[in-house]
Ligand binder design. Sequence first.
Ligand code: ATP
Ligand code: MG
Length: 452
Amino acid sequence: MEKNETVQLQWDELRQFLSSEQIDAFREKFLEIHPYDQALFFMDQPEAIRLEIYNFLSPEETADIMENIELEDIEPYFTEMDPRYAAMVFAEMSTDDAVDILNELDKDKVVSFLTIMDDEAAEEIKELLHYEEKTAGSIMTTEYMAIYQTQTVKETMAVLKEEAPEAETIYYMYVLDEDKHLVGVLSLRDLIIADNDVLIKEIMSEKIVSVSVAEDQEDVARMIRDYDFLALPVVDFQHHLLGIITVDDILDVMDEEASDDYSKLAGVSDMDRPNDTALLSAKKRLPWLIILLFLGMLTASLIGRFEDALSVAPVLAIFIPLIAGMAGNTGTQALAVAVRGLATGEYGKQGKLKLIVREALTGLITGTVCGIVITGIIYLWKGEFFLGVLVGLSIMATLIVATLAGSLVPIVMDKFHIDPAVASGPFITTINDIISILIYFGMATAFMSFLI
Ligand code: ATP
Ligand code: MG
């Protein structure tokens, strides 16, 4: 994190206040900066200073900081806090954020926090805790604005004023019937422009888009994106309103899913984090590297089988890295396009077929161009026309097949419900190595008589 000079000065000053125990001065300076910036400062301090900060801040103020820290980094802070203080911080956080963090902690720690916490907060959290990970239920919050269809606009305004401080968003109000079924929705704008005596029933929109608690979080993200809402209601199978998911939670989901996909593309099971130790990073990467090592041995032994061709025309060896490299490059390009499309759900059945046909054509065009260029270069460089044609044709065939493989492999994997992002870059590259060498030496063997 780069810090400019003003921030540096501000931080120095804050540290100064902390070490000289000037509570009021610290609070005044610290609380005037944005909670996200507070979090940056907080995380930069050693444990002793952080303990000081907890002493200087109320649980509510600390909760604001905690809501701005990445989930992966947060555990140690709650562990070092006094458990009573930690429980109060949880109670002050918005329920969905508190639940996300509690899900990261040991079971017995969670139980002890919930025991200390006051009953109301504990109840809400307990309710959310048992939803399956990565479902709508696990990311929703129960702090929404609920109103009744028989209320007037004026009455609703009063309710709004009362409940607004607690609600995650007040822009949408969800309308319930007597049995808490979700029957309508109203935006703040709709409410404000309506006359005071009008009934909610008359101005609410009844065409409600909602998601079920069990819905996959990725599908929820897609719906929010497609409908352009700021929040979506979450219902049970009888259409009772259970909670809402707001767009800021969805940004986190998209981030998480994208970095998930990206890690898999790069061949690391769980994305390396900048502050992992070298040993941990190595542990995450090694499984893939070992698998690829064996696949690589396959390629090596394949080349060994063409020893005869190589001994007749050793010059063939020069172009192995070129051809294999080109196959890898084009495969990775096609892979990225296909995985992205699959992840965003852009393709229907039709779309996949269209993608494959397009990739085949793309491979044909790029292959032809690269083939002609390399033929020319080899001819000018080595003065060998047949060798040029051989390498050129190999490149052309390789690019067509490798491009196709790059898009086909993820689509096939998707069909068999294997996460297509697992058809990772290194994997495709190795497959394409094998394909390209088979093509190259296949052609070389067939046209050996022209080479000598
Ligand atoms: P507009 O875009 O019409 O000017 P707006 O900007 O005030 O409205 P939007 O967020 O665009 O608000 O929402 C548009 C409309 O969608 C609002 O009238 C709101 O009542 C309605 N709406 C909000 N959530 C849902 C939902 N889950 N299902 C159906 N309709 C919804
Ligand atoms: Mg709008």
